[in-house]
Design a protein around this ligand. Structure first.
Ligand code: ARG
Ligand code: ZN
Length: 874
């Protein structure tokens, strides 16, 4: 059954107050809920029965205004509890029995390594009690948690603790009250034997906030970084968005079994352990940056998500797109803005563009869905963030801030739509964003095709720019969108030229944001004495594909001259893509363009360049990106060609790589600054390249680095280089040593799994199957599943895409197995198969067959059913 945006109706009943009482036991939990309910004056459904959502609940009693309801006064209809006649205002008490210890879906209340915890977004609260589980029903929650005191000394929920005490039989309770009305998806509860880490933050208005982290005792040394990141986030949101924290206490809890990264429950954020716990010895630079971004993301939700929430789940990007944009701005401010932009654009162009071109393509504001969990996508999050970024580009810093202030002020305490967000931006800025709204409504990645002409006589340079948006499932004949297109022009020496749009203009700016609104535009630039080199879509000013007939000379030129760091990197990527692609076209032993080698040589040699940018520029485009760019992807051919280029570069640049490696080693003590991170990245890239060509000096570097590293980036970098090499003995020995050393740390064991599963050397199917048998593997733990099966199918393309289809069958089997225990994870894991039309037929047909195999499974979950159904539709 499909749910449609255009069938939205306001709720028939509102809940003002909920009183919850949880009795937690080992064999289950009893949940007592007392709701103060009234008819919604804005609803036209005058005499509608009261309908509450429920899922996997055992109903024990229903009481209305103090009298227990007779059996015929209500009805349990599958996933609903219907109370036939109710007064205009009443108190409803519902008692349910649930079994958190058997909850493997990890939705609602469940147990994870001995502690109780919750995940209610999007529709998990209905697994706890019968409730109008929709985000436009907002209530004040009071929650009393009761449990055994010895096993569960810590009892948490949203808001402030208002009462606690002892109970009979060694039990105790704590009562929490959250004064801010909220939808049920923001509810949280935690009970466990946890250590508490305390800190404080003084807000801009001088209020002192209690900050607390709760983790299992063995993790108590891995909290400092997240706590500091939290304080940086709180300060940043005050300074950049004028947002002050509202409760007196803010809590973070780490849990090992979690479907997603983290959750912004009011005042009680719950994190996947891997997204919050870190130490120098156990976390890589990438993990630190990820943790900082996620801590910030969840914290920022307190305003963009909690104080102002979503009317319905079609509006998910209202909070997610905006909050991802906010956390990206924050990360850019904390580190290197160019590097952050490169990382975000890479993810978007590799994975979101693929989603937009596949069977699950949907607009940033979808028009329909079957299972909302399937819509926590790159489109909602990352493309949604790009859409907000474009508004920011169009309005500028100041008006954007005016717009966000207006949005928060106007809608505080409300559940609203993406349209309300855009309207606030319009009202504050005076700009008309009506065409811009199409970004929310139309799916698919716009293609912007650029051609140019130069007339020496008149000194006029003309850019012709066309846009078109491909058809996507259920959408064709799309209208042109409003695209901010940033560009600059360079002269032959690499100097920026003034962009004069009329013959009279003299000193135009060196960069302009052209606004594309029609299917076709021409822009003329005056006063140019030579043909300029265009630098297009600077800083990735819109989430579009740009087509322009770049010559390799132009790309080489931009690589070393573009003042826009992002476009320097982009030019290098385009050049490398071009070289790899032409190698694939010229079957046989085509030469590799020596200019690519020379470009990389100067990158390696020029220590005056921003090393963070150099570190990014040295990374060849990924196989996944090359697949995305291909018409009918032949993964083994892509893999071969890319490996050949890598081999050629590493062989030709051996001396430079050794020098780069040595230089980066001499950079001093461990620090977590952009510069130090860049040097570690350079060092580990150099190492990987040297081992790729089986260099014995490289091997010595790797073994030494592995032994002596004082941080996980270098230790794992050395391990990864070994794992991806032909040095089989050293690889196996080092892998065994690493496991021995870190076997008690789940986060590190997960990295150990994924380094192998993502490697075309160590991650062939028999090895993957062996990893599934490993004693540290756990089917019930999503991180373990992702680190083996997810890494294999998503990152190890050469291992997964085998001509005999064995990788596909394997994945289909694992998806079927997981579908019974955790449908959300199963539905995510299957996604590599959904792109079957993208691949050369001998692969695509077998991927399709694997999907059909999953479709034929008995009792398929709604999650997997929707993905498979849409993937197999023509
Ligand atoms: N709101 C959370 C975040 O963006 C993610 C929750 C995802 N939940 C889900 N069932 N898919 O941080
Ligand atoms: Zn979020």
């Amino acid at each position: 059954q499909t749910i449609y945006l255009n069938e939205y109706q306001v709720p028939a009943y509102l809940v003002d107050h909920v009183d919850l009482r949880f009795e937690l036991f080992e064999d289950g939990a009893r949940v007592h809920s007392t709701m103060t309910v009234r008819k919604n004056p804005e609803s036209s459904q005058a005499d509608a029965p009261l309908e509450l959502n429920g899922d996997s609940l055992k109903l024990e009693s229903v009481t209305l205004d103090g009298s227990q309801l007779a059996g015929d006064a209500y009805e349990e209809q599958g996933d609903k509890l219907v109370v036939h006649t109710v007064p205009a205002q009443f108190e409803l008490n519902v008692v349910t029995w649930i079994e958190p210890q058997n909850n493997t879906r990890l939705e609602g209340l469940y147990k994870s390594s001995g502690m109780f915890c919750t995940q209610c977004e999007a529709e998990g609260f209905r697994c706890i009690t019968y409730y109008p589980d929709r985000p436009d029903v907002m209530a004040v929650f009071r929650t009393r948690v009761e449990a055994d005191k010895a096993d569960y000394p810590i009892l948490l929920s949203n808001g402030n603790p208002i009462e606690q005490g002892e109970l009979e039989g060694g039990r105790h309770f704590v009562t929490w009250e959250d004064p801010f009305p909220k939808p049920a998806y923001l509810f949280a509860l935690v009970a466990g034997d946890l250590v508490e880490k305390k800190d404080t933050f003084t807000t801009c208005s001088g209020r002192s906030i209690d900050l607390r982290m709760y983790v299992e005792p063995r993790n108590s040394a891995k909290c400092d970084f997240a706590m500091d990141a939290l304080k940086r986030s709180m300060r940043w949101d005050e300074e950049v968005y004028g947002r002050e924290y509202d409760l007196d206490i803010f809590m973070i809890v780490a849990v090992d079994d979690f479907n997603m990264g983290a959750m912004e429950n009011k005042g009680l954020n719950i994190f996947n352990s891997s997204c919050v716990l870190a130490s120098q010895e156990t976390a890589t630079d990438a993990s630190f940056q990820r943790i900082e971004a996620i801590v910030a993301h969840e914290y920022f939700h307190n305003w963009s998500g909690n104080r102002v929430t979503c009317r319905d789940w079609f509006q998910l990007s209202l909070k997610e797109g905006f909050t991802v944009f906010r956390d990206a701005q924050f990360s850019a401010d904390m580190g290197s803005p160019t590097v952050k932009r490169i990382e975000d654009a890479t993810l978007l162009r590799t994975a979101q563009f693929a989603e937009d071109a596949g069977p699950m393509a949907h607009p940033v504001r979808p028009a329909s869905y079957m299972e909302i969990s399937n819509f926590y996508t790159l489109t909602i999050y990352e493309k949604g963030a790009e859409v907000v970024r474009m508004i920011h580009n169009l309005l500028g810093d100041e008006l954007f801030r005016k717009g966000s202030d207006l949005y928060f002020e106007r809608h505080d305490g409300q559940a609203v739509t993406t349209d309300d967000f855009v309207r606030a931006m319009e009202d504050a800025s005076g700009r008309d964003l009506s065409q811009f709204r199409l970004w929310y409504e139309q799916a698919g990645t716009p293609v912007v095709t650029v051609s140019d002409e130069y007339d020496k006589q008149s000194g006029v340079y003309r850019l012709n720019i066309r846009q078109s948006i491909p058809d996507t499932p259920g959408q064709s004949g799309k209208k042109p969108q409003h695209i901010p297109f940033a560009l600059g022009l360079l002269d032959q020496t690499g100097q920026p030229l003034p962009l004069n749009l009329t013959a009279d203009e003299q000193n135009g700016p060196e960069e302009r944001v052209l606004e594309l609104t029609d299917a076709e535009h021409s822009f003329e630039f005056y006063g140019l004495s030579d043909r300029p080199v265009p630098s297009l879509l600077r800083n990735f000013s819109a989430p579009v594909r740009v087509q322009y007939p770049w010559t390799r000379e132009q790309l080489l030129f931009l690589m070393s001259h573009d003042p826009d760091g992002f476009n320097r990197w982009d030019a290098g990527q385009r050049l490398a893509v071009d070289v790899i692609q032409s190698l694939m076209e010229a079957s046989g032993d085509a030469e590799i363009d020596s200019r690519l080698v020379e470009a990389y040589r100067s990158l390696l040699n020029d220590t005056s360049l921003d090393q963070a940018l150099v570190a990014k520029m040295l990374l060849l485009p990924s196989e996944a990106y090359l697949v995305e760019l291909a018409d009918q992807a032949d993964v083994p051919a892509i893999h071969e060609a890319r490996e050949r280029v890598l081999t050629h570069l590493a062989t030709s640049l051996r001396e430079e790589l050794v020098a780069c490696y040595r230089r980066s080693l001499a950079q001093g003590d461990y620090q977590l600054t952009p510069d130090a991170i860049a040097h570690r990245s350079l060092r580990n890239t150099a190492l990987a390249w040297l081992l790729h060509i089986k260099d014995v000096e490289g091997l010595a570097f790797a073994l030494d680095q592995y032994q002596t590293a004082d941080n996980m980036t270098d230790r794992l970098g050395a391990l990864r280089a070994l794992v991806n090499s032909d040095f089989v003995d050293e690889r196996e020995k080092t892998l065994a040593d690493f496991y021995d050393q870190f076997r008690d740390d789940p986060q590190v064991v997960e990295m150990w799994f994924s380094v192998q599963a993502a490697s075309h050397q160590a991650g062939q199917l028999p090895q993957i199957k062996a990893l599934l048998q490993h004693s540290a593997f756990d089917w019930k733990n999503p991180n373990k599943v992702r680190s083996v099966i997810g890494a294999f199918a998503g990152q190890n393309l050469a291992g997964f895409h085998k001509a005999d289809g064995s990788g596909y069958q394997f994945l289909a089997d694992q998806v079927c197995r997981l579908d019974d225990s955790n449908p959300q994870i199963a539905a995510r894991l299957i996604s590599p198969l959904t792109r079957w039309k993208k691949y050369a037929p001998q692969y695509g047909q077998q991927m399709k067959a694997a999907l059909e195999h999953v479709r034929n499974k008995n009792e398929l979950s709604r999650d997997v059913y929707e993905v498979v159904l849409k993937s197999l539709a023509d």
